[in-house]
Design a protein around this ligand. Structure first.
Ligand SMILES: [Zn+2]
Length: 393
């Protein structure tokens, strides 16, 4: 089934399925088919989310399952779409079991944020946190989200009415490949997420004195790039020594960036993540304090501005423990781990309790055509979701 839907791709290698495109159209038809064959009532909402619903008792609460249909460019065939398929397969296995709640499986249109400079439209719409001004954001061809949606056959003005905040929702459970090596290294097929990491980004500028690479002696140089090199190592050391802290400098600009010139200016983005906000905040402070001292020692002008903050989202204790129990019923002990990546669950946390089930992925790699989850592990995940529904009953 995943091979089938992987063919809805804009070219090779791997899968490129961006929101509100013809590939999305073809994928939607396949997803609808999966849902209909499972006996779910299917529709697509105004944000492009495909929803399959199984009714429980009248006026009962609803349990939400879901993930995203879209991929990155030249991505794999598991990230996102697997979390749509596995709950559908779980519901097939308990077709004749009556549940005191309704179950909804959802395939969100856009989580990756590859086509437009925003993401999580579908999940934010349900959580009541969607900002309508985002509809004016454009892709690289100058097409706005609004126009792409209309072209796709949607009515974006209906997004506002999708807000589920006054409905009775049990929670949102997302199944996803881990996108990291923890489960693979520990040889465990399934993991239960403790929290989705918070993120902060800092824009750092360094100014020194540019000069001729041949004529300026080593002594007395004020080179912002060698200063930046010390920054990278300091961030790496502090994050390695601090439990639950991740720090990355992945973007660096060097001016003038020429072979025979000592750089005059360097700017970079420091990104810090942790599942514990306190660890992230304190870690950020100590890295930046150390950078300030390094710069002062080298007579380099240092400025730092925080440009982005996203708080950590803890998973709901009750749903998390139920998922753990459900994994255990499948004869495995679930590994608890944080999610370093953002998911639709991050947005859904504004609406209801959330939980996430991680499936081991080979080598921890994702967002590439080599992304791989074993069939046996995915079957374990289906079993776990079946157990989870029975336990919740
Ligand atoms: Zn994903």
């Amino acid at each position: 089934m995943l091979d089938d839907i992987a063919s809805c791709s804009d070219g090779r290698p791997g899968v490129t399925r961006l929101p509100f495109t013809s590939e999305h159209h073809r994928a939607a038809a396949i997803i609808k088919g999966w849902m209909e064959e499972t006996g779910l009532a299917v529709h697509m909402d105004a944000a492009g989310t495909i929803i399959g619903r199984r009714e429980g008792v009248a006026d009962g609460p609803t349990l939400l399952f879901g993930s995203h249909q879209d991929s990155v460019r030249n991505g794999g065939k598991y990230d996102g779409i697997m979390g749509v398929l596995l709950p559908i397969l779980a519901l097939r296995e308990i077709k004749n079991l009556s549940l005191p709640f309704s179950v909804q499986v959802m395939a969100f249109a856009d989580e990756e944020g590859v086509r437009f400079p925003t993401a999580l439209i579908g999940s934010r719409a349900l959580a009541g946190s969607f900002d309508p001004s985002a509809l004016e954001l454009k892709d690289q061809d100058g097409i706005s989200i609004h126009d792409a949606m209309v072209e796709f056959g949607l009515r974006p003005d209906g997004i506002e009415s999708l807000d589920l905040r006054n409905r009775s929702i049990i929670g949102y459970v997302e199944t996803h490949i881990e996108q990291g090596p923890v489960l693979d290294n520990e040889n465990v097929p399934l993991g239960v997420v403790t929290a989705i990491a918070g993120i902060e980004r800092h824009h750092i500028s360094l100014r020194g004195i540019a000069g001729h690479a041949g004529t300026t002696p080593m002594r007395g140089r004020q080179d912002p790039l060698t200063c930046a090199a010390e920054f990278l190592l300091a961030a790496e050391r502090i994050a390695s020594e601090t439990p639950d802290l991740i720090a990355t400098i992945g973007k660096l600009n060097v001016l003038p960036n020429a072979v025979n010139v000592i750089p005059g200016e360097v700017s970079m983005i420091l990104e810090i993540r942790s599942a514990v906000d306190r660890v992230r905040e304190q870690g950020g402070k100590s890295i930046i304090n150390e950078m300030r001292e390094i710069a002062a020692g080298r007579a380099i002008d240092f400025t730092c501005r925080k440009t982005y903050t996203q708080r950590a989202v803890p998973c709901d204790a009750k749903l998390k423990n139920l998922l753990k129990k459900a994994v255990y019923s499948s004869h495995y002990e679930a590994k608890e781990l944080p999610s370093g990546a953002t998911h639709d669950a991050s947005a859904m946390a504004d609406l209801c309790p959330i939980a996430m089930l991680f499936v081991r992925c080979h080598g921890g790699i994702s967002h590439t055509p080599e992304e791989l989850a074993e069939e046996a592990d995915m079957q374990e995940a289906v079993n776990c979701l079946v157990n989870f529904l029975k336990l919740l009953k």
